[in-house]
Design a protein. Sequence first.
Length: 653
Amino acid sequence: MKYNGNKYSNKRNIPSIIKAIQQETADSNMTIEFENIMVSMFASVLLFLASIANFVIRYIVQSQNLKVCLFNTLLFLFIGIAFEVVTRMGLRANLVTLIISGLSFSTLIYITIAFYDVIGPAIWTVAFIQLLMAMIRITKVMMYSLVLAIIMSNIYILYHSLHSPFFHMGSVYYIVQIVLFMIVCIISAVVHNVNANRYHWVNKQYTELMEKNKLIISSKKQIKHLAYHDYLTGLPNRMALSEKLNHSILLSSNMKKMLVVMFLDLDDFKIVNDTMGHDIGDQLLIEVSKRLVNTLHKCDTVARIGGDEFIILVEDIKDMNYIDIISKKILNCLNEPFRLNNQDCFVTTSIGVAIYPNDGENPEELIKNADIAMYKAKGKDKNQYEICTPTLKMKIVETVEMNNSLCQALERNEFELYYQPQLSCNSNEIVGLEALIRWNHPKLGMVYPLEFIPIAEQTNLIISIGEWVLRTACKQNKMWQDSGLPRIRIGVNVSAKQFQNSNLVKDVEGIIRETGLDYKYLELEITESAAMKGKDNIIKTLRVFKKMGIHIAIDDFGTEYSSLNYLRQLPADSIKIPMTFIQGIGVNNKDEAITKAIIILAKNMGLSVIAEGVEKKNQLDFLNQGMCDEIQGFYYFKPMPVHEVEILLKKSL
Ligand code: C2E
Ligand code: CA
């Protein structure tokens, strides 16, 4: 017979079921112990009464031998005490049950023998009561021992009733007694079975659920680990860092101490990923994290919060010197090359430092300010650290303000295009104009592109600004051409972000069609670094432009990582030598050598060369001698507004 477990199978959650089963099991275990105590109590009381009854009946009523009477009385008392002692010895419940069963068995046989001559066959009622009690017991041993005792005492009663001079039991009476015993035995067995099954079922369920619970606990632990750790390096992640930082801030504020948040960003990690593959990139991140952890103290926290960005939390900072020491230690620990895939990989990092409480009172603010300082460090040079300052924070506030007003600048028509002429070295004639954007800020006055273009690039505003520049420049050129002014090329700067816009080709095509300018009078200028960023995609787009007949110029050539192989693939028409090299002419031999080399390289590749930022006669002479094609610079003209260009172009007619 199975115990009905519906109680646990309805829609209760696992913890509540476990709780119920734990309770049930505890109850069951208690039942065995409780039953043992009850049986012992019952037996010891019974034996105490039996000892008194024995003495009274045998000695006082029947005047039997005192020694025999006392022996029986003491024996009953002794067994009664034995029952009590067994339950109090702290033995295992099952062992106690076994001993009690043995004692009950012997007591029953002994009572039958001892009182048969006093009570006669009715002595079996004692066993009967015992048996009724045994049927609710969980362990079988007590029941078996009682049944055995009943059988044996019945054999004794039968034997004695046949030979006793006092009691003669009729066979009907005897048969009724046997049948009654059998019925009680069967009922006892059934009731006992139900009880025992229930107990075992509960135990089994409990064990199974405990196993499940263990699994749940271990997967919960795993989930928690994943939620708080970086999958790649095993370091704490942003969430764990935030919690830790909150806690550390609280401690530092109570103890009036400083704590430091360092924002680390690996320099040129993208190049490692692009050139060596993402697997090596991942390996590098793991190795870097190991070095950081080994370099810092155990009490410092190193977390990875994204790509190649790590945050280090150092508590209990005594003075500013300590920050310098730790920062240098971190920079130094990355000096040694990393051996990855049998190659030495060199890596540097830029660190931004924010200090609690000066640079923020919560994790977000501290991380943000450390990030700001890190950008400043990256801007300075590679492998540097920078501590956050009020000026730095002010600059960011300004940037945010500028960004807000940038959003409205287009609608408010605050942008204006200036044009800087480009002259042919041979004819000294204007052969092109570069469109350069200016922002007429209502409060700040004229703002130059280097101040706002990087912000516009960060916020993607550059897409709509770029479109406006292109439309305005093409329209203007077409207007000049239509008004009879010389048909010259107009150069428009296109930033890398604009190339990420999948509609760029369509937009350019649309604007050209809309303005009616011939493709050949448009030049798109893209910086070498921008062209390097999205290599394949940019080359594809540039090829489409080139096919349309648009002129392509590579701006600032040679300032970044020039790859000759890459240059070979670029569908360019001209190269622009940056101002930094031109201004080194007559000052620095190396700049002169580079300028010459760029011209020779371009010529050999069939590209024309424009020198930018020419301010002096000696620079012009040097370039003329070197066979440069075109010149752009203050020596001839500065960037100028529309009406000034018009005057100039009219003059040139
Ligand atoms: P760039 O493309 O290298 O433009 C040339 C910059 O050099 C211009 O600065 C120009 O005024 C300056 N320049 C030219 N000749 C001389 C010279 O002889 N001496 C000196 N000191 N400077 C000279 P500007 O107008 O401030 O533009 C700075 C940069 O802003 C540009 O560098 C270009 O990268 C970016 N930019 C300008 N307009 C746009 C635009 O419409 N779109 C995008 N994406 N970027 C633009
Ligand atoms: Ca340019």
